[in-house]
Ligand binder design. Structure first.
Ligand SMILES: *Cc1c(COP(=O)(O)O)cnc(C)c1O
Length: 418
């Protein structure tokens, strides 16, 4: 039997039409955006699925054979370190998975406070504050601290999260040419009227393991009365004699005012980040930093594991020297067989290929040979400077590295890189 449409019926039909239209619009939008991404020469990022622990050998994408892993940021092997895992498990058992709260409500556990103290001690600062990630730490710093009368001087190759963090603040932004001290000096002298000047740089640049010329940067900062901020995600636990990062690498204790870093990389590889610096700044961040205030507290298991990771470093772990030795060993072997390595001493080793297609082929060929590395192409690196990014760990043995060099030689020959 038919009946007339009620108001309710027609409302529901109109809603359906709208929904359908919105979906159509959405589909069209996504198709356009994806086409734009491809047309601009961006590579589609593919995610490999690990079916094992993050270790020197991993099982991937359902393959039976494990592959040699030279791709993760597990620089010290702490992600699977028995003491770190045990501490993390104890934290989990004693405090539960998490506090189900932001820090200022009822999410501050004793172990959060302990970890923050440990981080400050590690960096020789007064205080530290935890975030869910270093991305958040970078996103939350500049807006909390700076006004429109301030200037941030930012290296042109700084990490995306620093760029976003500065963008969200009201400060004026001056971008200086990558590690170019004369450009930095010119820009510093041009903003002497500003109330506050902050130089912001990666301590180690995450795409090619390049260490920033921090000693010179700090000299300029003194001369032109600027604060120095460094992002130490690829430096903490990785460079410097005891793993204290870029400040220790250049032997300039006390000269950097603010350090942000990650505990999702060398410090156990789970997640989390922090800001370390003067106690007044840290207190301000607790009152004003949006990613800190409006986000749930870090998981107990992560915090307890990170405390152990810092304890390992604070006690002077041989892992740091082993990592440096691996970097030296691998860089020399690769150069000896004819690969072009961007010079340096960092365990993140960029193997230059040039052509993007060749770089991808080389990475694929290496995977066939049982070696996991990542190719980096435009726009992550400049056009024509495609490379393979090899990341070494203290867990790799010289035999592992020998295998890697042999496979590189074989695959490199096939693809025509050497
Ligand atoms: C990885 C990385 C970040 C982000 O750190 P997460 O803790 O993973 O969010 C920020 N800056 C640099 C330089 C990085 O390499």
């Amino acid at each position: 039997m038919t009946r007339l449409l009620t108001d309710d019926d027609s409302a529901s039909i109109t809603k359906k039409i709208e929904d359908c239209c919105a979906e159509e619009i959405l589909k069209k939008r996504i198709t356009e955006r994806m086409r734009g991404i491809r047309d601009a020469g961006y590579r589609v990022m593919r995610e490999r699925v690990l079916a094992s622990m993050q270790a020197p050998r991993v099982t991937i994408d359902g393959h039976q054979q494990s592959v040699l892993n030279l791709s993760s940021n597990n620089y010290l092997g702490l992600a699977t370190h028995p003491q770190v895992v045990a501490a993390s498990r104890e934290g989990l058992e004693k405090r539960g998975l998490g506090a189900a709260s932001a820090r200022f409500i009822c999410g501050t556990l004793d172990i959060h406070v302990e970890l923050e103290r440990k981080i400050a001690e590690f960096h020789g600062h007064e205080a530290a504050i935890l975030y869910a990630s270093c991305f958040d730490a970078n996103a939350g710093l500049f807006d909390a601290l700076l006004t429109k009368d301030d200037v941030v001087l930012s290296d042109s190759l700084n990490h995306a999260s620093i760029i976003d963090g500065i963008r969200m603040s009201k400060a004026q932004k001056l971008i200086y040419k990558h590690v170019d001290l004369s450009d930095l000096e010119a820009k510093l002298s041009s903003c002497q009227d500003a109330k506050l000047r902050v130089i912001a740089t990666d301590g180690v640049f995450s795409m090619d393991g390049e260490v920033a010329p921090l000693r010179n940067i700090c000299d300029l900062a003194q001369k032109y009365k600027a604060l120095v901020f460094i992002d130490e995600c690829h430096a903490t636990g990785i460079i410097g004699k005891t793993g204290r990062g870029t400040v220790e690498y250049w032997n300039i204790p006390g000269s950097v005012h603010i350090v942000n870093s990650s505990i999702g990389k060398a410090l156990g590889g789970a997640s989390g980040g922090y800001t370390s610096g003067p106690k007044e700044l840290i207190e301000l961040l607790r009152q004003r930093s949006r990613p800190y205030i409006f986000s749930s507290t870090l998981s107990s298991s992560v915090v307890a594991g990170a405390i152990k990771a810092f304890d390992i470093l604070l006690s002077g772990s041989p892992l740091v020297a082993k990592l440096a030795d691996n970097a030296k060993y691998f860089r020399k072997q690769m150069a000896d067989v004819g690969f072009k390595i961007i010079p340096g001493d960092h365990p993140l080793v960029p193997v230059l290929v040039g052509d993007a297609e060749k770089a991808e082929k080389l990475a694929e060929q290496l995977f066939e040979e049982g070696v996991l590395v990542t190719s980096m192409c435009f726009p992550v690196v400049p056009q024509g400077e495609a490379r393979i990014r090899v990341v070494l760990s203290a867990q790799h043995t010289h035999e592992d590295l020998d295998v890697c060099v042999r496979k590189f030689t074989k695959a490199g020959g096939k693809v025509g890189v050497i």
